[in-house]
Design a protein around this ligand. Structure first.
Ligand code: ADP
Ligand code: MG
Length: 234
């Protein structure tokens, strides 16, 4: 028996008549690392936007921890323990790294927020950049700060939109280790990527999207050997 913390049920979404997602169903087991891969334009970000509440599906439902959140606002969904990062970094430019983290803390006084922020920077091994302006950061550092900022919400589910895109393999591996550590702490990690390397080696369960459809689902071995996946990619 799996214990799904997140269920996407028969979701479809069109933009001006064009299919972005069609009849997509996904479930994410509590405490797992689950990945979605798919070529560019396959609907990955649309899926995340629907889960996070910034887009509404045309039909279908999204359920988090047994609760139907399909019509909930992004803030309400966040309140139910879902935090996300964006494909394009959205850090506040006129603030330091630490200020960026403290700015998103909810329901804490400043001292508690700073304490949590420093703990997360330490966890991600980026304490040294706490007082840097975000404009001074490298692309890879921004990715880590994005993750730290999402973790400030102390989520049950962490949604990561292409956390490995455009960074070197060493940093990719470091982030993978951090994500495993988060899983070990009981956080459910759900990420999307268009590169197969990490998804197809690290995830408990993988979904493959192509042209808005789930064309394959299974453990890494199953997906790697699925003829439909090879066809979609090559
Ligand atoms: P991916 O993240 O897998 O690259 P997206 O979810 O961004 O794919 O996009 C899926 C499809 O939906 C693409 O054809 C894209 O052009 C289209 N699309 C995504 N967002 C919008 C939008 N806000 N308005 C119109 N079309 C969109
Ligand atoms: Mg995308």
């Amino acid at each position: 028996m799996t214990d799904p913390i997140l269920v996407v049920e028969n979701v479809s979404k069109r933009f001006a008549g064009r299919i972005a997602l069609e009849n997509v169903s996904i479930d994410v087991t509590r405490g797992s690392m689950t990945g979605v891969i798919g070529p560019n334009g396959s609907g990955k970000s649309t899926l995340f936007n629907i889960i996070a509440g910034t887009l509404r599906p045309d039909i279908g439902r999204v359920i988090v921890g047994g609760r139907d959140i399909t019509r909930a606002s992004p803030a309400e969904i966040c309140g139910h323990g879902v935090a996300r990062t964006f494909q394009i970094s959205r850090l506040f430019a006129e603030m330091t790294v630490l200020e960026n983290l403290v700015a998103v803390a909810r329901g804490r006084d400043d001292r508690a927020a700073i304490e949590l922020a420093m703990e997360l920077l330490d966890f991600l091994e980026i304490t040294a950049i706490a007082d840097k302006w975000t404009s001074e950061l490298s692309y890879g550092q921004r990715k880590l700060v994005e993750i730290a900022r999402a973790l400030m919400l102390q989520p049950k589910i962490l949604l990561l939109d292409e956390p490995f895109a455009g960074i070197n393999p060493r940093l990719q591996n470091r982030i993978v280790e951090h994500l495993h550590a988060l899983c070990a702490r009981g956080i459910t990690v759900f990420f999307i990527d268009h590169e197969m390397r990490i998804v197809l080696s690290e995830c408990d369960l993988v979904y493959v999207l192509a042209e808005g459809h789930v064309i394959s689902r299974g453990d890494t071995q199953t997906v790697r050997n699925d003829a439909r996946v090879l066809e979609a990619y090559f």
